[in-house]
Write a protein that binds this ligand. Structure first.
Ligand code: FAD
Ligand code: SF4
Length: 518
């Protein structure tokens, strides 16, 4: 590393690993790229070990790639004695070291970093004389406030409306006459099959990395984590080349079945036909545009069904951009939302997976083992239980933000607080995503062999989801009964006798009083 003076320091955050950013088009000796492994980023919540390892490893790989391309790079490892382990202190020291006059950063995706970097500009200017400037991260389809302007004249923030606007604007899956490909905007109805073992889950072709030495550095630095580190066989892509290979493997082997089994769950196949590309996307190794274009191309070449391509594209062009818009529209207050005033602490087994509920043991077990669980496990097993049991949505938000390899607040918070916990009162979800055992049994093999009986509502061996489900609707009748999308639940509830309702209430209270024992 050359210590010659430089005019500009460009800061690269751990989720900004986009080697295709316009910054890197030219090699300029007057620019030094700064990456740092710091405690504020390891410690803002308790993180899964794999998340800390994978982000640091990918940052180190990014530094390698930039150096090999001829750029000047200043990298502060967590074990480096010069690393002050804090953003402002490190940046100030590096600016002083290179006698730099300017520093630049890409627009952060998280509110806390956006605020911090903005607030840092003045003290840094006072200390070093250097001026700070934010540039676009050149990653998303939409601007931070674009969703808000799309919904400005509308009463509700329906994702489907946003998604169709995106399809038209970016000409994705559109016919030349301006109609959606295949005549339909959305093939969600076709995407609800359970999985009986066939077709088989594709082989896991992701790379396998040994990061034992890095893990030791993290441990020695005193960083606290949870979950399995898998440090000698880490399976996450750590650079663009690996991420592109994973995308191609997904398109060839899994995408053809993605649509059919998008909502299925299995103890035998934790990945099923999902792409596991969220880490590469959220750290910006891949752009959403290139993923969407490749998937559309696979359909146009006749390699995957339209329902699969549309279902997958909707997640990225629709949900991913949409939740980001919700986040920037509603922050910073969004994080405090708690529509149902739920306040129960998370049961101990959220950190171990040791519960007699087989669905939760599997979904949490997958999360702790792989730092990943797929959407329906997150929504209809873990989130569903949390909402029915009345868990504190902020505590749950911190758990989700820590446990998943892809969790960054801009995408995790609207999904957890909004979609899964209805804590925003229904801005993002048109109804609470809750179910009893029947749904979980239909979509998975969890209930077979479970300690609890999926068919019972009352009794020691009755499935806890059942009483909690009916009690949730009974407790919230005043607000939820008016919702046309859940009217049927109230029709059933009202047909129950007083005794039945009382027994359900009592059973639910018993479960809630002993969550740690479930
Ligand atoms: C409670 C809860 C918390 C979640 N937290 C996160 C999170 O922290 N980070 C995250 O990226 N996703 C989150 N999701 C969305 C989704 O579960 C994950 O994106 C997905 O499971 C990642 O695995 P995959 O790459 O195999 O996804 P696939 O099923 O292969 O989907 C493809 C891609 O679509 C995007 N996507 C799918 N669903 C969503 C969604 N609801 N919102 C935004 N993007 C979506 C992701 O980029 C994903 O990689 C959460 C969902 C729920 C219900
Ligand atoms: S019976 Fe209930 S607790 Fe057991 S796996 Fe099924 S839904 Fe989960």
């Amino acid at each position: 590393m050359s210590h010659a003076p430089a005019n500009t320091i460009r800061l690269i955050l751990g989720d900004q690993l986009n080697v295709q950013h316009p910054w890197f088009l030219d090699v300029d000796d007057d620019v030094v790229y700064l990456l740092m492994e710091i405690r504020q980023e390891t410690d803002y919540v308790l993180h899964h070990a794999q998340k800390v390892i994978a982000i640091f490893a990918a940052m180190r790989d990014m530094a390698r790639q930039l150096s090999e391309a001829g750029h000047r790079v200043h990298y502060l490892r967590i074990s480096d004695p010069h690393n002050q382990l804090a953003l402002e202190a490190n940046l100030t020291a590096v600016l002083t070291h290179y006698q730099a006059r300017h520093w630049q950063y890409q627009a952060p995706d998280e509110w806390r970093l956006d605020e911090q970097l903005y607030q840092m500009q003045r003290p840094i200017a006072a200390a070093t004389g250097a001026s700070g400037m934010m540039v676009d991260s050149a990653h998303f389809y939409t601007q931070r406030d674009e969703a808000a302007s799309i919904f400005a004249q509308r009463k509700s923030w329906l994702m489907e409306h946003f998604y169709r606007q995106m399809r038209v604007k970016y000409l994705v899956l559109m016919d030349s006459d301006g109609k959606p490909a295949g005549g339909q905007w959305n093939y969600d109805q076709d995407n609800r099959k359970a999985w009986n073992g066939k077709p088989g889950e594709p082989l896991d072709l992701r790379p396998q990395h040994d990061h034992s030495a890095l893990w030791q550095e993290i441990v020695d630095a005193g960083v606290k984590t949870f979950g399995q580190p898998q440090e000698s066989r880490l399976r996450w892509p750590l650079n663009r080349t690996e991420a592109l290979e994973q995308l191609e493997n997904f398109i060839t082997y899994a995408l053809p079945h993605f649509g059919d089994f998008q909502d299925a769950m299995s103890t035998q196949a934790p990945r099923l036909f999902h792409s596991l590309l969220s880490f590469a996307l959220n750290t910006k190794m891949l752009s959403p545009q290139e993923v969407v274009q490749r998937v559309e191309q696979a359909w146009r070449h006749g390699n995957v069904p339209l329902a699969a391509a549309e279902g997958y594209i909707r997640q990225i062009l629709g949900w991913r951009e949409y939740v980001r818009g919700v986040y920037w529209h509603r922050m910073p207050d969004y994080v405090t939302q708690n529509h149902f005033a739920h306040d129960a602490p998370l049961p101990e087994w959220f950190w171990t997976g040791r519960t007699k509920m087989r669905c939760m043991a599997n979904a949490i077990g997958d999360s702790l083992t792989h730092a990943h669980a797929h959407h329906i496990q997150r929504l209809m097993v873990i989130g569903n239980f949390a909402l029915l049991a009345g868990l504190d949505p902020q505590a749950l938000h911190h758990w989700y933000l820590g446990v998943y390899i892809d969790a960054f607040e801009w995408v995790e918070l609207p999904n957890t607080l909004g979609m899964s916990q209805f804590a925003d009162g229904g801005m993002l979800a048109t109804k609470p995503y809750v179910s009893g055992a029947a749904y979980i049994n239909r979509m998975s093999d969890y209930c077979k062999g479970c300690h609890y009986d999926k068919a019972q509502r009352i009794g020691e061996r009755a499935c806890p989801y059942n009483a909690l489900y009916w009690d949730f609707f009974a407790r919230n009748e005043a607000t939820l009964a008016k919702n046309p999308r859940i009217g049927m639940a109230y029709v059933t509830l009202r047909k129950m006798s007083e005794e039945e309702r009382a027994a359900i209430g009592q059973q639910a209270a018993t479960w809630r009083a002993g969550l740690d024992r479930l």
